[in-house]
Every structure is written in structure tokens, then in C-alpha cells.
Write a protein that binds this ligand. Structure first.
Ligand code: ADP
Ligand code: MG
Length: 366
């Protein structure tokens, strides 16, 4: 059964298009992450699902029920925001009870739901405190408790961890994952943080400029980005992207990028899909080695500009034919800025986009 279905959602305000033709489906119990840069329309989409805003066009179903005409309180959803929005004058217990009291649940039901939620979130000790007596992490936990206690059909999270420090964010990520394993409630989670998206999402929806760029499992989005935007957005440090042109030669392709006279042959699986034209070539910093090319590998020479120490690894910034290339590699104490080095990679690590569409590349045969 579907947990959530969005069909052709559009939102325009005046002459500005905020969302364009957004369609997606979440299975019952699925954890879906909306990922994209600030301003791409994530919050607007979440607010449309919640019923806090109406779309210009398109429809929303929660479960198998169309909710387009229902106000937020009748959509059976619970939302958690970046700003916790707890009632400051009420205790944690009263904050948790609030929504249930409004729904006129029996006191015994409210009591047992609060107990259950407090156990799940480990907040028994906090129940009689006021929000000002809590740390940021504890407040966010209570805010989640307020969502959980209502047993909604759908959870909506809008960057709930972005106000927390890095360490707390990391531990809350794990807790959110466990919580979802426990409750199995369909969830839509908005973030601009790719680490959160990768660790939490069963499905990631990458957005840019109000439109969907790619929908897929985290591994798919990382290994097979659909276009140069997704390729450059996912991964840290980001993928090296070279803008150039492609020319087909029989069943093979030549790629050239400006001063970087990187000519390579990339046999394509479907030669019809690969036309000559504008092309982007992507190589992840972790897929390049500072070593001579082995069998089936290609290489270029570059000059080391800067070496960044990442702790375990080094991030080596190269200048190659006027372009910057980042390489993530094991430390080598002998390496210095100014050194000329050989960088090599395997063809199957290449990401090739012709006219902004992914073209599958397979390794060259013997
Ligand atoms: N009511 C509105 N009127 C005009 N522009 C809006 C309105 N709401 C949002 N926007 C604009 O729509 C874009 C998307 O906003 P938002 O959904 O908040 O993005 P995100 O959550 O991805 O950062 C932004 O450029 C924002 O300024
Ligand atoms: Mg937002």
C-alpha cells in the first residue's frame, strides 16, 4: 500500500515558480528524504503535504486517501521543525499531552501513550521539567515525542537537527533511525545535509530549483548520479567535474575539456544514446590514485597546489592544464606542494554525462 503519493505538484507565487511538476510515491512505512540546496522548495513541498499551503496544481494522497480538501488537523500527520515550538509555560508531560487532550482522548489513553513515548525516547526524567530547563538536544527529543505520541499516519520532519551541534546531530541521526525501525511510520524528512540523507533515507529525492533531479536508494544516487547536478551535490569532497565536449568515433567516445587535453576512449553500452556534443566528465576524489596507471587505467599529470590533512586521509589539490582536480588519498610524507605527480583512474570509475544526461560507460576490453 502507498504511504504517500504526490502527483504533478506545482506551486507558483506571482510569477515565481517554486515547485515544478513534483511526483513521487512513498511505500507504507518508507523513510523518504528530500535533499537539496537551500531555497530549492523542500519546505514548501512539506508544507503542501501537511496542508499548511495549497499547491497551484496537483494532488496529495496520504495512505490511499486524497487529502487535498482536508485541513492539516484532519490529515493524520505530525510535523517536527528545526525550531522545536514547545509551549514554554507547560511541562514536558503537558507538552506531550497537548495534542491528545485537544483530540479529547481519554486520560488513561493519554497517560499510557506518554509513558510509552517517554520509554521510547528515554525522557522519563524530563517529564516534569519546563522547556527552558532542557538542553537543545533534550528539547528536540521532546518535540519528536510530541509527534510520536499522536501515532500519526505520516511523520514530516523539516531539518529537525540543524540547530544541534555536530556530535549531537550524529547521535540523533542514529536515534531517528532506531525510532523508525521501531515505529515503522511513513516518514518524509527534509534536509540539505547529504550525510543525514545518506544515513537516514531508504529513498532519497534530490531536488534543485523546485524540480526533482533524481529519486533512488542512497547507493544508487552515489554510484549512478542521473545528471551533473546530482553528481556534484552528492559526495564530500565533491566529485571533480570537467566540462568539455564529446565526439563519437564508431563505438567509442573522445572527450576533451579545454586546456585539460584529456582525451579518452569510453566505449558506451548504447551508442545511440551517446551523441556528440556538450559533455561533463565526473571523477570522485576517492577514485583517483596518485600512482602510474595500471592495466585498463588512464592517467594525467598535474602539479600539487595544496595538501589538506583530513586526519586519516590527505586531500591533494592538483592543477591540471589550468583546471583544479581533487584527489583523496592515503598520506605520503614525501609529497610536497609544487611536485609534479601522475594521477590515474579506472574507466569504470568515470561518470559521463552528454547533454546533461548520464551515459553508461563500461571498462575497455582487453
Ligand atoms: N510564500 C512565498 N512567496 C514567495 N516566495 C516564496 C514563498 N515561500 C517560499 N518562497 C520561495 O520559494 C523558494 C523555496 O523555498 P523553500 O521551500 O523554503 O526552500 P527550502 O526549504 O528548500 O530551503 C525560495 O526561493 C523562497 O524564497
Ligand atoms: Mg526549508
Amino acid at each position: 500500500m502507498a504511504g504517500l503519493t504526490l502527483r504533478h505538484i506545482e506551486k507558483t507565487v506571482g510569477r515565481t515558480t517554486i515547485l515544478r511538476d513534483v511526483s513521487l510515491e512513498a511505500a507504507e512505512g518508507e523513510f523518504v528524504v528530500l535533499l537539496g540546496p537551500s531555497g530549492c522548495g523542500k519546505s514548501t513541498l512539506l508544507r503542501i503535504i501537511a496542508g499548511l499551503e495549497s499547491p497551484t496544481r496537483g494532488s496529495v494522497r496520504i495512505g490511499n486517501r486524497p487529502v487535498d480538501r482536508l485541513p492539516p488537523q484532519e490529515r493524520d500527520i505530525a510535523m517536527v521543525f528545526q525550531h522545536y515550538a514547545l509551549y514554554p509555560h507547560l511541562t514536558v508531560r503537558a507538552n506531550l499531552a497537548f495534542g491528545l487532550t485537544m483530540r479529547k482522548e481519554a486520560p488513561s489513553v493519554i497517560e499510557s501513550r506518554i509513558a510509552e513515548t517517554a520509554t521510547l525516547l528515554d525522557i522519563h526524567d524530563l517529564l516534569d521539567r519546563k522547556p527552558r530547563e532542557l538542553s537543545g538536544g533534550q528539547r528536540q527529543r521532546v518535540a519528536m515525542g510530541r509527534a510520536i505520541v499522536r501515532k500519526p499516519r505520516l511523520f514530516l520532519f523539516d531539518e529537525p537537527l540543524s540547530n544541534l551541534d555536530a556530535r549531537l546531530r550524529a547521535s540523533m541521526r542514529v536515534e531517528l533511525q532506531k525510532l523508525h525501525q521501531c515505529l515503522g511510520t511513513t516518514t518524509v524528512y527534509v534536509t540539505h545535509d547529504q550525510v543525514e540523507a545518506m544515513t537516514l533515507g531508504q529513498t532519497i529525492v534530490v531536488m534543485n530549483h523546485g524540480g526533482i533531479q533524481q529519486i533512488g536508494a542512497p547507493g544508487r544516487i552515489y554510484h549512478e548520479p542521473a545528471n551533473p547536478f546530482v553528481a556534484g551535490f552528492i559526495g564530500n569532497p565533491p566529485m571533480n567535474l570537467f566540462e568539455g565536449s564529446c565526439r563519437r568515433r564508431g563505438r567509442e567516445l573522445d572527450f576533451r575539456a579545454g586546456a585539460l587535453t584529456l582525451t579518452m576512449q569510453a566505449p558506451v553500452q548504447d551508442t545511440d544514446a551517446a551523441a556528440s556534443g556538450h559533455a561533463t566528465l565526473g571523477l570522485r576524489p576517492e577514485d583517483i590514485a596518485l600512482a602510474p596507471p595500471g592495466p585498463g587505467q588512464s592517467a594525467f599529470e598535474g602539479v600539487i597546489d595544496v595538501i589538506e590533512n583530513l586526519g586519516g586521509d590527505h586531500l591533494v589539490h592538483l592543477v591540471v592544464g589550468g583546471q583544479r582536480v581533487m584527489v583523496r588519498t592515503a598520506p605520503d610524507a614525501a609529497r610536497r606542494a609544487g611536485d609534479v605527480v601522475t594521477a590515474s583512474w579506472s574507466t569504470n570509475a568515470l561518470h559521463l554525462f552528454i547533454n546533461r544526461q548520464r551515459v553508461p560507460v563500461r571498462p575497455q576490453g582487453p
